[in-house]
Unconditional design. Structure first.
Length: 172
């Protein structure tokens, strides 16, 4: 696993996030999630925003203030897995989008480009994969890891590549 990323607890201790996560490749990697709202499924909200080259974030989304063009996003759909990835094309600004989503809970908007969907082959965050993620270092991979997927989460490049299916999990 990647040794340059500290444990989950250390990620949240208010240190210089941008400096710590822009090492090496110079990009942030963030997983964000879509949930049903206003009688729309998470998938419809996700596709509706991403098809327009847009994404929305909440006030407390990890990394929101540091996102800039070139950073990477992957998108988690509850009970399905990671189903898409894209590249940030603009910083997040407070702006209401012309799309179906919960604008009150997610008032920050950014542009996304190079979106790749894989709804037909989602990456399941199962015990085998969790055991290989930096985010689970020191944690029991048998637990659900709901803390990882309930909102936006900074990731190591190592974890990001596994979560978008670019690196297949090894059998341990």
């Amino acid at each position: 696993m990647c040794s340059s990323v500290e444990s989950e607890g250390e990620w949240l201790m208010g240190t210089d996030v941008e400096k710590r996560y822009r090492r090496g490749g110079g990009r942030l990697h963030v997983m964000t999630a879509a949930a049903p709202a206003n009688e729309l499924s998470g998938e419809k909200i996700m596709r509706g925003l991403l098809n327009k080259g847009l994404w929305a974030l909440g006030h407390n989304a990890q990394g929101r203030a540091y996102l800039k063009s070139g950073d990477r996003l992957c998108f988690y759909l509850k009970s399905v897995g990671v189903v898409a990835e894209g590249t940030v094309a603009s910083a997040a600004i407070m702006r209401r989008l012309n799309a179906a989503y919960d604008a009150v809970r997610f008032p920050w908007a950014l542009r996304v480009k190079n979106v790749r969907y894989f709804f037909d082959r989602p990456v399941l965050i199962d015990e085998s994969l969790r055991s290989q993620l930096d985010a689970f270092r020191g944690k029991d991979p048998k637990t659900t890891g709901a803390w990882l997927v309930r909102s936006s989460r900074l990731l190591s490049a190592h974890d990001f590549e596994r979560l978008v299916g670019r690196v297949r999990p090894s059998n341990r």
